[in-house]
Design a protein around this ligand. Structure first.
Ligand SMILES: [Zn+2]
Length: 102
């Protein structure tokens, strides 16, 4: 989620289907699920094309570690970062940095 990932070339047809499902594409970075992406539809397309189940992995907003099953669904921080008292401060700092990059 919100990270670029690569896919093997799946053909023009699938490519346009993915684009219609709202997946962002960049020739250099590959594909990305964004807020505009119809996630379940996109996952269905990719799973079908690869012939295997695909999951979207969320990663911690602060440290970037993949969020495990222990993390509450929809959370953006891993348990380690949530535990650390500075979580909110780190979060806002990181957010400010992201904004600065844009
Ligand atoms: Zn973390």
């Amino acid at each position: 989620m919100n990270k670029w990932f690569g896919l093997p070339w799946l053909g023009n047809d699938l490519f346009s289907k993915l684009k219609r499902a709202g997946i962002a594409y960049d020739p250099k970075f590959g594909f990305k699920f964004t807020r505009e992406t119809d996630v379940s539809r996109a996952i269905g397309i990719i799973s079908g094309a690869l012939g295997e189940d695909v999951e979207v992995e969320s990663s911690c907003f602060i440290c970037g570690r993949p969020l495990g099953e222990n993390e509450r669904a929809g959370s953006v921080l891993c348990s380690e970062c949530t535990k650390s008292g500075d979580a909110y401060e780190l979060y806002t700092m990181k957010f400010a940095n992201l904004m600065a990059e844009i």
